[in-house]
Design a protein. Structure first.
Length: 250
């Protein structure tokens, strides 16, 4: 399926992305009242970074992903879990039946949707009174290594911006009129990677890819040389998992 944001060339690099903070997931599952055998629609499931903890919790998961390459990797990663089924679809048009889901999730995907349309689709999918979540991992830009990477990016793209993924999602959820009890959640996680793995993860950074244009390869090369110059075999990267939950208005 072709979408405005094509992740085909970035799919393999997404395997190097960090997992979500366990403490944040624990809070999300508790607030949403998730139980074993609940049916979840994981939208924009990518390579299964959120699908896996959901199925390991005991949920049945319909994973919806528009990109063929991402969906193939996600299918491979969840092959040992018969409770996961994969489908082609988008946040605005999942193609899944309405009113059957106990939970709907957007792991690092809500920002690439028309959020108003995705909220309407989420409302359609959920059972009465059930919850949805949108969440992202944000690098801690106060970390010295991350500051160095930010300097490289902004030297090439002074106007560089992260778009809606770093925004507070409260108002767009409230404005839909479809959800209530909007609840923010966050948790910290540290992700250790080799310099080569960090560079590979940056190759999957679609926001940078779009804004950099023909400067992308040069920026990646500079990040690679900067990390090599640190002389470390492993680098700990601090992340904050930020999430917003909300309950379906009936």
């Amino acid at each position: 399926m072709k979408t405005a944001w094509d992740y085909t060339t970035l799919a393999q690099s997404y395997l190097k992305r960090p997992d979500y903070a366990p403490s944040a997931l624990e809070d999300i599952f508790r607030i949403a009242g998730l139980r074993a055998d609940d049916l979840v629609c994981d939208i924009g499931a990518g390579v299964a970074h959120l699908t896996l903890p959901l199925v390991r919790f005991g949920c049945r998961v319909d994973a919806v992903e528009p990109n063929d390459a991402m969906r193939a990797l996600g299918t491979r990663r969840t092959a040992d879990f018969p409770a996961v089924s994969w489908y082609e679809g988008t946040g605005e048009h999942t193609g899944r039946p309405g009113g059957i889901y106990d939970f709907v999730s957007f792991g690092s995907s809500f920002n690439v949707c028309d959020r108003a349309a995705a909220l309407a689709e989420t409302h359609r999918l959920l059972k009465p009174g059930k919850w949805f979540v949108c969440l992202w991992n944000h690098r801690d830009l106060r970390d010295p290594v991350q500051q160095g990477i930010e300097d490289i990016i902004r030297q090439a793209i002074p106007e560089y911006g992260y778009g809606t993924r770093r925004e507070d999602q409260t108002e767009v959820i409230r404005a839909s009129g479809l959800f209530t009890d909007i609840t923010p959640v966050q948790g910290e996680v540290e992700h250790a990677q080799s310099p080569a793995e960090i560079v590979e993860a940056w190759r999957s950074h679609s926001t940078l890819h779009r804004q950099a244009g023909d400067k992308f390869a040069t920026i990646i090369d500079r990040i690679e040389r900067y990390l090599a110059g640190l002389g470390r075999e492993s680098i700990a990267i601090p992340y904050t998992t930020r999430a917003w939950l909300a309950r379906r208005v009936d």
